[in-house]
Design a protein around this ligand. Structure first.
Ligand code: M6R
Length: 616
C-alpha cells in the first residue's frame, strides 16, 4: 500500500510534499519520511508514526530544497520503525528511493548483494531494490534511468517507485507495476509532481499522466517527460489527463472526521451516481457502457461478481438485485479466493468487478484472470483512471467523489445505486420487469436521496444508542434477503473502526449456532423493515428477546410491532425492498461512527488498516 509524494521544480518542495503525504495517509500510516535535496545537499528524516509525527520532528530542521520525495508507509516487510521507514538510500548514499508495493524475490537478490559486499540497515525489500539499482548502475556504467529499468527487469512483484541521484538535482525516475503513480506536470515543464494519486498536487496543476504497468518515466526539469516500456524499451506517448478533482472534495469541510462527512454526503453521492443515467421524467435508464454491450448482458449465462470487503458486500446486494429484477443468475466471489481457485469461467459469463479505489490487488488479479479466460469484464469503480477502471473492458463510475475515511460508506451506497440501475435496465429489457414496475422503480430511486436525508436526521438518536453500547465486547447483526449483506456490512463497519468484535448473519442462521452467544449483555442489531420477510424477522427478534438479548431494530417508519419488542428502534422511510439497503445501512454507519468516537478510536485511520489494499 503506502503513499508517495514528490516534487521537483522552482518552489520549496517540503510544504508540497508534507501536505501531499497527509492527503495520502489513507494509504497507510505506520511511518513517514521525507528526503530533501538542496543543490547537492541532501537531508533525510523519517520516523515511526504518522505524518503529524514527522512534521513535529521537521519543526527544528532545515527544510530547504526544490526536490523532495516523501512516503507514508503501510508496513509489509519489517515492523514499523524508523529504520524501515522510507525513503531508503543505497550503500553509497547517492541513490534515494520511495516505494509502494512488494518485491517478492527480494530475499534472493539481497543474498546476492550481500555476497558482493552490500550491507543493509533495514528489513525492507525497498532497500534491496535501491542497492540492486546501484549495483546495476556501477556494473554497467549507465545512467540512472537505464539502471532502474535493468534492475526492474529482474524483480518479481509490484511497485510504484520514485528514485533520484543526489548528484542530479534536476531528475527523478518513476516506474510502475501493479501500484499506482501519477505525475503532475507544471507549465512548460517548469515543475513536476509525483504521487500515488493526484490529490497532493491538484492546487498546482490540472495536467497529469498516470503511468501504466511496466512503464518507466524520466522526469527532467524543463524537458518533456520520456516514458518507456521497462521490458522492451519501447517509447510510449503518454496520455495527459485533465484533472477534475477539487480541493474542497478532499478536505473535512467542518466535520470532525472524513467518515462523518462522507456519511452525510450520501444523498448527493447517490444523486451523482444516477445523475444523467436515471432519466426519471422520461422513465428510462441510460448507461452508455451497458447499452454498448447490451447483447453481452442479455445473453449472459450468469454474472460473476468479484470484489473485496465492503465492495464484496455491495456485490451480495447486487446478487439479490440481478436475480430478483432481471432473473440473471449471479455468483459473488471474494476476489482473493477467485484468483487462486482455477474458477470455471465461460465466454458467455459477464464478470463485474467492484472497487472503490480501483487499486485493490486481489480484485485486479481476478480481473486479469477472468479476461485471460475470455470473459467480458465490467468495472464498477469510484476512482477515475484507477488501475481497475483501466483494466476492465468497460464499466461505470460510481461518482461518489473522493472517499478518504478508511471505512467505506458512500462508496457502498453508490455502488449499490449503479448496480441497481443495471439490474433494472436489464430486467426491463429481458421482459422480466413490466414497464409499469420499471417506471415505478425508477420513480422510487429518484426519491432515495431525500429519504437518505431523512435517515441522517436520526443522527442524535443514534448517538444516544451508541453511548449505551459503546463498551459492549461483542455485537451481532442480523438481516434477511436484501438486508442480509447490510448486516455483514454493519458488522464490518463496527469491527474495523471501534475494534469491537462483531458478526453479521442471515437472521435465520442464528438458530444454527450464533444464538448460543445471546445473553443479556449481547446487543443484536436487527434489520426488520416491513417489506421483506418481516414476519420471519419478527420471530427471530422474539427468539432473541426470550434469551434476554438487547435489540436495536432498524424498522420502517410507523412500525408498531417491533417497537414493542425492541430495546431501541431506528425508523427509516418506506421504499421498495430492493432499495432498502440504501437506507438501512446509514444508521449502521452512524452507530459504528459514534461508538468508535466514544471509545477514543482513530475513526478515519483505524489501526492496521489502509484505504487501498494494493498488496495481496
Ligand atoms: O477499494 P475497494 O473497494 O476495492 O476496497 C475493498 C476493501 O478493502 C474495502 O471495502 C474495505 O473492506 C473497507 N475498509 C471497508 O470499510
Amino acid at each position: 500500500m503506502c503513499g508517495i509524494a514528490g516534487y521537483l521544480g522552482f518552489r520549496k518542495a517540503y510544504p508540497i510534499v508534507i501536505n501531499g503525504l497527509q492527503r495520502l495517509e489513507y494509504r497507510g500510516y505506520d511511518s513517514a519520511g521525507v528526503v530533501l535535496l538542496d543543490g547537492n545537499e541532501m537531508s533525510l528524516y523519517k520516523t515511526k508514526g504518522k505524518v503529524s509525527d514527522l512534521k513535529k520532528i521537521m519543526k527544528q530542521k532545515n527544510i530547504d530544497g526544490n526536490l523532495a520525495l516523501g512516503h507514508t508507509r503501510w508496513a509489509t516487510h519489517g515492523v514499523p520503525n524508523d529504520e524501515n521507514s522510507h525513503p531508503h538510500l543505497s550503500n553509497s548514499g547517492k541513490l534515494v528511493i520511495v516505494h509502494n508495493g512488494i518485491i517478492e524475490n527480494y530475499d534472493t537478490i539481497k543474498k546476492e548483494l550481500i555476497i558482493r559486499g552490500y550491507t543493509f540497515k533495514s528489513d525492507t525489500d525497498t532497500e534491496v531494490l535501491i542497492n540492486l539499482i546501484e549495483e546495476v548502475k556501477i556494473k554497467n556504467k549507465c545512467k540512472l534511468g537505464e539502471a532502474v529499468q535493468m534492475a526492474l527487469s529482474n524483480v518479481v512483484g509490484a511497485y510504484a517507485i520514485a528514485v533520484f541521484d543526489i548528484s542530479k538535482p534536476d531528475e527523478i525516475i518513476v516506474a510502475k507495476l501493479g501500484s499506482p503513480i501519477a505525475i503532475g506536470i507544471g507549465e512548460n515543464n517548469s515543475e513536476f509532481f509525483v504521487a500515488s494519486d493526484a490529490s497532493p498536487f491538484i492546487e498546482y496543476t490540472r495536467n497529469a499522466i498516470y503511468l501504466e504497468d511496466e512503464e518507466l518515466a524520466i522526469i527532467k526539469l524543463g524537458k518533456e517527460i520520456r516514458v518507456r516500456k521497462i521490458q522492451d524499451n519501447a517509447i510510449v506517448e503518454p496520455d495527459i489527463h485533465q484533472l477534475k478533482l477539487n480541493l474542497e472534495q478532499i478536505e473535512k469541510g467542518g466535520y470532525d472526521h472524513f467518515m462523518l462527512k462522507e456519511i452525510h454526503e450520501q444523498p448527493d453521492a447517490i444523486l451523482d451516481a444516477y445523475r444523467g443515467r436515471l432519466l426519471a421524467s422520461k422513465g428510462i435508464i441510460k448507461m452508455g457502457s451497458v447499452d454498448n454491450n447490451i447483447a453481452r448482458f442479455l445473453n449472459a449465462n450468469r454474472i460473476v461478481i468479484v470484489a473485496c470487503g465492503t465492495s464484496w458486500h455491495a456485490g451480495l446486494v447486487a446478487e439479490y438485485l440481478f436475480e430478483d429484477l432481471a432473473r440473471i443468475s449471479v455468483e459473488v466471489e471474494y476476489a482473493s479466493e477467485f484468483r487462486y481457485r482455477n474458477p470455471i469461467i465461460n465466454k458467455n459469463d459477464v464478470v463485474i468487478a467492484i472497487s472503490q479505489s480501483g487499486e485493490t490487488a486481489d480484485t485486479l488479479a481476478a480481473i486479469k484472470l477472468a479476461k485471460s479466460k475470455g470473459a467480458f469484464v465490467f468495472g464498477v469503480c469510484n476512482v477515475v483512471g484507477s488501475s481497475i477502471a483501466r483494466e476492465t473492458d468497460t464499466g461505470a463510475y460510481t461518482h461518489a467523489g473522493p472517499e478518504i475515511g478508511v471505512a467505506s460508506t458512500k462508496a457502498f451506497t453508490t455502488q449499490i445505486t449503479v448496480l441497481a440501475l443495471m439490474a433494472l435496465k436489464l430486467g426491463n429489457l429481458k421482459g422480466e420487469l413490466s414497464n409499469s414496475r420499471y417506471h415505478h422503480y425508477i420513480h422510487e430511486m429518484s426519491l432515495i436521496p431525500g429519504k437518505v436525508e431523512e435517515v441522517l436526521k436520526m443522527d442524535t438518536e443514534i448517538e444516544k444508542i451508541a453511548a449505551i453500547y459503546k463498551d459492549a465486547p461483542n455485537c451481532l447483526y442480523l438481516g434477511r434477503g436484501f438486508n442480509f449483506p447490510v448486516a455483514l456490512e454493519g458488522a464490518l463497519k463496527l469491527k474495523e473502526i471501534s475494534y469491537i468484535h462483531a458478526e453479521g448473519y442471515p437472521a435465520a442462521e442464528m438458530k444454527h449456532g450464533p444464538i448460543a452467544l445471546i445473553d443479556e449483555h449481547m446487543p443484536v442489531i436487527v434489520i426488520a423493515t416491513r417489506k421483506g420477510h418481516y414476519d420471519k424477522v419478527v420471530s427471530n427478534i422474539q427468539e432473541i428477546k426470550a434469551r434476554h438479548g438487547k435489540i436495536i431494530a432498524i424498522v420502517t417508519k410507523g412500525d408498531t410491532i417491533v417497537r414493542e419488542m425492541a430495546d431501541h428502534v431506528i425508523e427509516i422511510p418506506e421504499t421498495e425492498e430492493a432499495f432498502t439497503p440504501l437506507l438501512s445501512t446509514i444508521p449502521l454507519q452512524l452507530l459504528s461512527y459514534y461508538i468508535a468516537v466514544m471509545r477514543g478510536c482513530n475513526v478515519d485511520q483505524p489501526r492496521n488498516l489502509a484505504k487501498s489494499v494494493t498488496v495481496e
